[in-house]
Design a protein around this ligand. Structure first.
Ligand code: IMP
Ligand code: MG
Length: 181
């Protein structure tokens, strides 16, 4: 019987490794944002598992909102075109915004989002990403919280998808090439 894991070449980060990293990042955020008006902004849909687990490691009051932007479609390479599909529900003026993202690749998506959100006058705006894939970076980004630096493989699981699938794997793995070739 077919199982999702048959399509995975290698597990890069186990559930335990993800949990440990989230504890570490959550502690830092709790310290850095004490006394501030922290608002976590998750980028749908990839950030959902990371957001859900990171949130529980933050022990100071915070609010949460989500945005959706267009991404890769069915290909594994970025199109360079960013579109807002769902905007925030709340205003961010005066808030200390922390964008929560699954992975930064070219940086095009986040560079665009940062520009757009900065115009709404938040008190501060920073990035927390679980994975950073610097090899194909096109836009310089200042990432305040970074989980792991990863090589230029196509990764799936824990929110990351290929053609909307594999988001529900509890770990992060490398997709076998014959799945997308
Ligand atoms: P960027 O604009 O190139 O930085 O693209 C960032 C977005 O591309 C992420 O939020 C992911 O949705 C997607 N992405 C980048 N690399 C991967 C990958 O290895 N697997 C799955 N999605 C990826
Ligand atoms: Mg994404």
């Amino acid at each position: 019987m077919y199982q999702m894991k048959d399509d995975i070449k290698e597990v890069l980060f186990t559930e335990k490794q993800l949990r440990d990293k989230e504890k570490e990042i959550g502690e830092k955020i709790s310290k850095d944002y004490r006394g501030k008006d922290l608002m976590l902004v998750g980028i749908l849909k990839g950030s959902v598992p990371f957001m859900a687990d990171l949130l529980k490691e933050i022990n100071i009051p915070c609010t949460m909102d989500f945005m959706a932007v267009s991404s890769y479609g069915k290909s594994t390479k970025t199109s360079g075109v960013v579109r807002i599909l769902k905007d925030l529900d709340f205003e961010i003026e005066g808030k200390d915004v922390l964008i929560v993202e699954d992975i930064i690749d070219s940086g095009v998506t986040l560079a665009y989002l940062l520009d757009c959100l900065k115009g709404r006058k938040p008190s501060s705006i920073q990035i927390a990403c679980l994975l950073d894939k610097p090899d194909r970076r096109k836009k310089v980004l200042n990432v305040k919280y970074r989980g792991f630096v990863v090589p230029d493989y196509f990764l799936v699981g824990y929110g990351l998808d290929y053609s909307e699938k594999y988001r529900n794997l509890p770990y992060i793995g490398v997709l076998k090439e014959d799945v997308y070739k």
